[in-house]
Design a binder for this molecule. Structure first.
Ligand SMILES: CC(=O)N[C@H]1[C@@H](OP(=O)(O)O)O[C@H](CO)[C@@H](O)[C@@H]1O
Ligand SMILES: [Mg+2]
Length: 524
């Protein structure tokens, strides 16, 4: 009923001059500017559900960004992020300046995908105060094209991805099932392989986000297993992601808010606002947070899996294992995998889980983590099938790991369970994990520019194509520095250009980043 849709589209007009873009992980902006985009994303995901005759999902979240921001992440029936072919349609629909033009985009999608009416869309949101209004906008968009919006639930991003994936495979998909699957598998792993593991304490910074109540739900069961979790920044007083959370700890390598009384040397972890990122850290007396980032989690995971594969009888049957990284991975981690974990391939992709996930899915066991702690381990379904065909300790162990690790998307809870299991299975403390390799000092800077679209890249974002001439200038700066590496790329989630630099020592890394940031500013 086009006129109804038109009426509805008119209720959620696009603010003049706004040009929302899909970016690295969906649409993001100041919450007040989002109702139109979220309404249209609702319509899009209902049409996608209708076209594929499966359930899709929407998460209202701006992840690690501040409370006043919000955004929308779009979930495909597989539980992965929206198919890249549909990103252009999402952009065209979100950017249509009038209701009539937006309606034409809706009609175009319907024709192209031969979809008569929308399907069912699951909706989740994080703890932001703007969530409920935006959930209403999403539901209105879903209904406008004849789809069915499910009641919006307070969930972590990875929980909703997991639920959508499971539902489309006709598997139990409630939140209770989620906890039962991850925690039940973790319990079995611990009791089979580390029955006499010592009790451990872990202090978790939940960024004052949705991860706090969810981790609190898991904490009782984990404490029965000897893992005593103390959640800090649980949302009762502090602001979301303000001076805390995985993004803060990774980028600043400093003490997050709320950790003033945590003794140095204590095992700590930090999640982001929607609980799809996780990093570990230990406070040092200097106030510096010693970081165990996504690269180090990936290397720990590869070490664990390598051990399991080597222990199995008839270890000659080949299993293809790979680690997927981005240009932000610390050079030392890449060098370590290439030189020491020789049976593990290394693949580089552009930033964003959508790229890493697909590359990881090509392996029997694909480990992917961004340096910021966003990632998981994928087990290829055909590989998992071979595991269930025979019985054996290592097969069961792999199968259980595939349940601990969210197979749809990166998940902080999966990451936490993985690290805890890997350390106890390998018999390691944090010292052995630290000693694997030494991170090269690095520095990340953001540069505000009038038009970040002027910055385009190639070679998995490691080289600039435009503005012309800038790449040569960057290389000239890099050449001045021992073990220097530096790249520039436009952010896909914030209105900035990012500069990453690495060098032999911190001073040189800082100087390199600063010099290149100045070049970027001048050029912009
Ligand atoms: C350097 C960095 O941390 N970039 C993050 C950030 O993307 P940008 O496109 O760099 O803004 O947010 C993405 C979504 O959470 C995440 O996947 C990515 O790793
Ligand atoms: Mg996040």
């Amino acid at each position: 009923m086009p006129t109804d849709v038109l009426l509805q589209l008119n209720t959620y007009p696009l603010r003049e001059g706004l040009k929302p873009t899909y970016g690295t992980a969906g649409f993001r902006s100041v919450a007040d500017l989002l109702p139109s985009t979220v309404f249209r994303c609702g319509a899009l995901m209902a049409l996608r559900a209708g076209a594929l005759r499966q359930v899709t999902g929407i998460v209202i979240t701006a992840s690690h960004n501040p409370e006043q921001d919000n955004g929308v992440k779009l979930v495909d029936p597989s539980g992965n992020m929206l198919d890249s072919q549909w990103e252009n349609m999402a952009d065209a629909l979100a950017q249509a300046t009038t209701a009539e033009q937006a309606l034409r985009e809706v009609e175009l999608i319907k024709q192209t995908w031969a979809v008569g009416t929308g399907g069912t869309v699951m909706v989740a949101h994080d703890t932001r105060s703007s969530a409920l209004d935006l959930c209403k906008a999403a539901a209105a968009g879903i209904s406008a094209v004849g789809g069915t919006p499910e009641p919006a639930l307070l969930l972590t991003t990875p929980q909703l991805h997991w639920m959508v994936a499971r539902r489309n495979c006709c598997l139990p998909f409630s939140e209770v099932d989620y906890f039962q699957t991850l925690l039940g598998a973790f319990e079995q792993l611990r009791s089979s392989h580390c029955p006499s593991a010592k009790a451990q304490a872990l202090v978790v910074d939940a960024a004052n986000g949705v991860g706090a109540p969810k981790l609190a739900e898991a904490a009782g069961r984990l404490s029965d297993l000897g893992l005593n979790i103390n959640v800090i920044n649980s949302g009762t007083s502090g602001a979301l992601n303000a001076g805390c959370g995985a993004d803060f700890v990774q980028k600043e390598q400093a003490r997050p808010a709320g950790f003033e009384s945590i003794p140095s040397g204590m095992r700590c972890a930090s999640m982001d606002g929607d609980a799809d990122r996780l990093v570990y850290f230990v406070m040092r007396k200097s106030g510096h947070a010693q970081l165990f980032d996504g690269d180090r989690i990936a290397v720990l995971a590869a070490t664990l899996l390598d051990r399991i594969l080597h222990e199995r009888p008839g270890a000659d049957a080949s299993v293809r294992m790979g680690i997927v990284q981005t240009a932000y991975a610390n050079g030392s981690s890449t060098r370590y995998v290439r030189s020491r974990l020789t049976e593990c391939e290394v693949v580089m992709t552009p930033t964003g889980v959508k790229h890493l996930h697909h590359a990881a899915a090509a392996f029997d066991i694909g480990i992917y983590y961004e340096a910021n702690g966003h990632g998981t381990i994928l087990f290829k379904p055909s590989f998992l099938k071979t595991l269930t065909e025979g019985s054996g300790g290592w097969r069961t162990e792999m199968g259980l790991l595939s349940q601990v690790m969210n197979q749809a998307v990166g998940d902080a809870l999966s990451g936490l369970l993985l690290v805890e299991y890997a350390l106890c299975r390998l018999g390691w403390g944090l010292a052995q994990w630290t000693d694997l390799y030494t991170d090269l000092p690095s520095r990340q800077l953001k540069v505000a520019v009038p038009n970040r679209a002027a910055f385009t890249t190639t070679d998995a974002e490691t080289r600039l194509m435009t503005p012309r001439g800038l790449q040569c200038q960057v290389e000239a700066e890099v050449a001045k520095v021992s073990q220097g590496r530096c790249f520039v790329r436009p952010s896909g989630t914030e209105d900035v250009v990012r500069v990453y630099a690495e060098a032999e020592n911190q001073i040189a890394a800082d100087q390199l980043a600063k010099a290149v940031a100045s070049l970027v500013s001048e050029m912009a």
